[in-house]
Design a protein around this ligand. Structure first.
Ligand SMILES: NC(=O)c1ccc[n+]([C@@H]2O[C@H](COP(=O)([O-])OP(=O)(O)OC[C@H]3O[C@@H](n4cnc5c(N)ncnc54)[C@H](OP(=O)(O)O)[C@@H]3O)[C@@H](O)[C@H]2O)c1
Length: 342
């Protein structure tokens, strides 16, 4: 069937305007791109935050969404390894033309930011992986001030860090769930995560060795972590990164330790002025020059990890209504109403 010239997209027509379904042109792939007919798109907290606070976006109408999965419809001239009909998953990104975001029927994406979906996985399962998995991987293996561990897909990386503890704040978040899974592959131990205790067995299935109640005070959290590790830790990954969690995470660190965060830094100034501990921020946009080469490898290695069960897709909820169901889904994310029915 020929590719249509028009498609439906979920637009933000003007700054903070109401989400609206409208028609847009179907883009043509550049020479290094795939044109993908989207079958599934994931929602991320950043989508409601951009809508509510208008950052990262200057041009309207805007199309959001950064994780998609679907069928390749067309392939750019210089792309090798893909053909129309392939099932792919990818991490999109925002650009002025909004051709690379996912809340629309068709997306063009660099082949380097896509990967094939193993046959035994559905689009709904696999679309839970790209952006948050990549965020976790960047923090552990790539960012300049991070620990820069050898990734488990590089020879000698798997299991290399046995006996190195990690604390993951927000282990049940999508980012935190992948930090735990990657930490396990890297051999880090113990892997201590904070979460609502109803998520304890889920996090243990990802590789957490200890799950602590996320409602503990910072002091109580420190006491519990010290009971497990016997000493302050070298590494905390704060997958939530509110001021409260960043401060609690920073307090767990030994001198020379690193706190990895996913939002803007918010640790109290009096704690950071001695400079004895590092705060390292992750910015997971695949198209940033510093992320490009790492993204290419991380996505190329993903199908093998998923097929072997080393990386597990996350639990998910399918929203009814296609594109029209997204705004209500973003409200649920905003109001922390995930998996209420579970
Ligand atoms: N810098 C980047 O490039 C980047 C990339 C992706 C995401 N992010 C940011 O990372 C954050 C997480 O995103 P996500 O998609 O992983 O979130 P998510 O999956 O929506 O996280 C929701 C979960 O977070 C947990 N949580 C909330 N507050 C917590 C707290 N105070 N302590 C411990 N756990 C808490 C809850 O777990 P329980 O059910 O256990 O209570 C909740 O189920 C967001 O702020 C997002 O904007 C940044």
């Amino acid at each position: 069937m020929p590719v249509p010239t028009k498609q439906k997209a979920l637009l933000i027509p003007v700054k903070q305007g109401e989400f609206t379904i409208a028609e847009r042109s179907v883009p043509s792939p550049e020479s290094d791109e795939l044109l993908v007919r989207n079958e599934a798109a994931a929602l991320n907290p950043i989508d409601w935050k951009i809508h509510a606070y208008s950052f990262f976006v200057e041009k309207y109408p805007a199309v959001l969404g950064s994780e998609g999965a679907g069928i390749v419809e067309a392939v750019g001239d210089s792309v090798t390894g893909y053909k129309p009909g392939d099932r792919v998953v990818y991490e999109g990104f925002r650009s002025d033309d909004y051709n690379h975001t996912t809340f629309q029927q068709y997306t063009t994406i660099k082949a380097d930011f896509a990967t094939k979906v193993p046959d035994s996985f559905t689009f709904d399962q696999i679309v839970t992986i790209p952006a948050t998995y990549f965020t976790a991987a960047l923090g552990l293996y790539h960012i300049t001030d991070g620990p820069r561990f050898t990734p488990p897909w590089i020879e000698g990386g798997r299991g290399k860090y046995t006996g190195t503890p990690i604390v993951v704040i927000g282990g049940a978040s999508a980012v935190g769930s992948y930090v735990i899974q990657l930490a396990k592959l890297s051999g880090l131990s113990p892997i201590i995560a904070t979460a609502s205790l109803k998520n304890k067995s889920l996090l243990e299935s990802y590789g957490a060795t200890h799950v602590l109640d996320r409602n503990l005070s910072a002091t109580a959290l420190r006491e519990e972590v010290l009971k497990i590790t016997g000493a302050p830790v070298e590494l905390v990954f704060d997958a939530i990164s509110l001021a409260e969690t960043q401060n609690a995470g920073f307090d767990l660190l030994a001198p020379g330790g690193k706190l990895i965060i996913v939002l803007f830094p918010a640790v109290d100034e009096d704690k950071t002025k001695s400079g004895d501990r590092t705060i390292a921020g992750v910015s997971s946009f695949v198209n940033l020059p510093q992320n490009y080469a790492f993204a290419k490898t991380a996505f190329a290695e993903l199908p093998g990890l998923v097929e072997r069960g080393d990386i597990k897709p996350l639990r998910f909820e399918v929203l009814p209504g296609g594109l029209a169901g997204i705004p209500a889904g973003l409200d649920k994310l905003k109001n922390n109403q995930l998996f209420e029915v579970a």
